[in-house]
Design a protein around this ligand. Sequence first.
Ligand SMILES: [Ca+2]
Ligand SMILES: [Ca+2]
Ligand SMILES: [Ca+2]
Ligand SMILES: [Ca+2]
Length: 153
Amino acid sequence: MTSTAHGAAMTYQYQYDDLGRLNTINVNGSSIITYGYDTASNIKSIAAMDSDGDGLKDADELAYYNTDPQRPDTDWDTMLDGWEVAHQLQPTVNDAALDADGDGFLNSEESASGTDPQAIPVVYVNGNAAAGGMAGHGRRLSLPSRTRCNTPD
Ligand SMILES: [Ca+2]
Ligand SMILES: [Ca+2]
Ligand SMILES: [Ca+2]
Ligand SMILES: [Ca+2]
């Protein structure tokens, strides 16, 4: 069976065990779902594969995102497919050098530092939330000093 999603040809193969139960679904040669059964032939487990470990299931990469289920970074822009999807970036377009939230940090820099590429960091000035961005970075924020505990020698 062949169908297309986003213009990409998808070839489905279904594998059955000795008792004729659906065992594995393959798409384009890679298994995307495997089924497990108990002794009464009830489905016990359904395992969806994430072959490249990028956080997106193989089936979703093929059907929804048009990304490569065997490659964690389909567009080679240093940001993982799953991370791009989770942060509304484009997993099939190199958008590493864009600055989605306009905070002065590139998407690739936000990925490397674990910050949100869609959120400008909030900086508090005199107790009020002020616009973030470059002005806020590097500013030293004062925190209430901790009460120092005496430790026995
Ligand atoms: Ca994946
Ligand atoms: Ca992938
Ligand atoms: Ca990427
Ligand atoms: Ca991208």
